[in-house]
Write a protein that binds this ligand. Sequence first.
Ligand code: TTP
Ligand code: MG
Length: 369
Amino acid sequence: MQTRVVMLVDMDYFFAQCEELRNPVISVKPVVVCVFSGRSEDSGAVSTSNYVARSYGVKSGMPIYLAKKKLENIDAAFLPVDEKYYEEVSAKVMNVLRKHADFFEQAGIDEAFLDVTQKTSGQFQEARELASKMKNELNTQLKLTCSIGIGPNKLVAKIATDERKPDGLTLIKPEQVQEFLSPMNVGRLLGVGTRTREKMQCLGINTVGELARYDTQELNEVFGRTMGTYFHRAALGVDDEPVEERSEIESFSRISTLKQDSRDLNFIMETAERLCSEIHDTIVNEKTNFKTIGVIAILKDLSPHTRSKTLESPTDSLEVLKKNTKKLFEKLFTETEDEARRVGVRVSNLSKEQKGQKQLTSFIQKRSD
Ligand code: TTP
Ligand code: MG
């Protein structure tokens, strides 16, 4: 397999940087962006803060009263989150970044993976130049700074980004991966939270290097095969997950007029099952899973009635789609009185089908400690 060149771009102190952008005078002082719960004046948590505030010990997730205590007698700006504005800035950032990638994947409001293998002819040195150029563009066009990590895959790029912030640029070539990861605490790996770290500590594993050398069989016994294999591969810096554009499409739906007005479930299901099959063909083509199923019935008086259900986990199963569609229509017609003229089915809450390694990382949450 060809060596890939993957970047992760993560905006620095994003929400707080956005606040500085629209009001530059505050940037010299601590800026703390807060999610006020509204219960009392200071109840709620810190969303993020600028690096001035961080130097006083303010952290994301900290109660607001505690952040205020750390900044007692200091002129600081405590501001409420304005997510709509941050989304607007984020969209501009993504537009600048996207055009530099062969493959682009927005991974959060302020971060994106870029596969730049072709753009750089697989040359890491060229990737460094490209990253500098991107930083420059963000700076001149949007007056924003970011940190960039470059590596042979997403896992290494992500850890590299965290290595130097703010305004960092860290490049880890394939031959440097082992040396880079080995001395790190296992907690740096995605999926290793406090409890896992404690468990590993009991096995005598503290560093990523120790984890890489640990007996795989034994890891599987302690953590289960899926996680055991993941930990072993991650510790070696191995990650095949592709950089992939996320689906922009939010739902697939079909609607059809019944041959005659009806509220007979069996009759309606003849049409609904056909609609389910058509939707299923589309999702198979699109390699998409759905988590929410919705039905609509437009009654004789043309009033629309909908019912929906969200499943516990995403699926692409036609059987699940049909079964739930039937249940939803059953519910809908128990709760309405008129006959239906038209019926429709919709699937939403879509996610790209995940295979192999992807399935694994998808359920691993962002590190919590
Ligand atoms: P991060 O990229 O994790 O943090 P950051 O951009 O503020 O700081 P850094 O320089 O370390 O990258 O998260 C992006 C945004 O997500 C952040 O600006 C605010 C929001 N966020 C929260 O609301 N709560 C949290 O606990 C975290 C970590 C982030
Ligand atoms: Mg960030």
